[in-house]
Design a protein around this ligand. Sequence first.
Ligand code: MN
Length: 376
Amino acid sequence: MSSNESGSDRDEEVDTIPPPPENIELPVHLPTSEIWEHSFVAGLLKRIFAASLVGESDSQYNRAAAAADSFQKSLNVKISYDEAVQMCNLAQKSLMRQKMIVRLKDNQLPLTVVGDIHSNIIHLRRIFGTLGWPGEGNNYLFLGDYVDRGSQGVETMCLLLALQYRYPTRVHILRGNHEEANTTLGYGFYDECRSKFPQDNQGHLIWRHFIDVFGCLPAMAIISEKIVCMHGGLSPYMDRIEDLDQIERPCSVPAYGILCDTVWSDPDPDVTGWRLSKRWVSFAFGGDVIEDFCKRNNFDMIIRAHQITRPMFRWGYRWFTNGRLVTIFSSTNYQNNNNNAAVASISTKLRIHYVTFRCRMWDEWQVDNVLASDTC
Ligand SMILES: [Mn+2]
């Protein structure tokens, strides 16, 4: 595969939300040896798959609420404190069976790579409804940033953890910079836990459980030895990929170093080499760094998430360095930006096809009138 070749694939646009499967029996397409059967996990998945949408039609954003987008709507599913605790406990064990770097083989293709979700569980379900429910023949790799900046981080996290538990060879979830105590304290997930579980100290305790899970998440995936995926980007401290494998989990994301950069750094077309990041954490790196890294490690390309910039609003993804790196962002209407969103689908022949999900407000708003957000 050459990365330019994959860039020329015809893109597909999707602007409908498929209904949840009518038969909410979970798919049994896979051999039973690949399914970790657990009645609690299966029950939770069925409930989330079958849940209806509820709109906040009284809001001042009536028009948007009527649109079939995530904006001002939520998924009607209630997860109890005990259920969330149980899911976290199971997830930790499941995640710790994997290494810090997940190595996906040819028999784990086709694979859909998904970028930032940020608590937008409705859009997450829309992705599954369009590209196939997990366990039905399509595999998934998530690049982190599941929580914060939205209202259903608990539900999003429980859905992803349940899927990873049930289909451990078919669903993989990596760590983003928001899967960390400090970030969740500042961007909404901690407050969401407190408001959803107000009794006693349950909100704080459930947040602690999720933080323990975050500490177990792997930080990088390598697909067929050719495509490397992470949330943020490269690190000047990482000579060889294997350096990341040396970090012991559970762990927090430190203020500097390989793991910090893997979840925080960004490519920058105006930079040569390394420069301190405008985020005040980690670095920005240039195209020369990307080329050098791919050559040294024999990779074709890098797929990462972590950013939504104005040029990405139309298609949800953006190329750097002649297609050697691509950024994907997978949540529509992020922070009311009316942006479209994309996922990258990788075929069994390692050809990449981008699917853009249309934000319902896209046609009605002029992109020039809204502020670009550069931080995720
Ligand atoms: Mn991020």
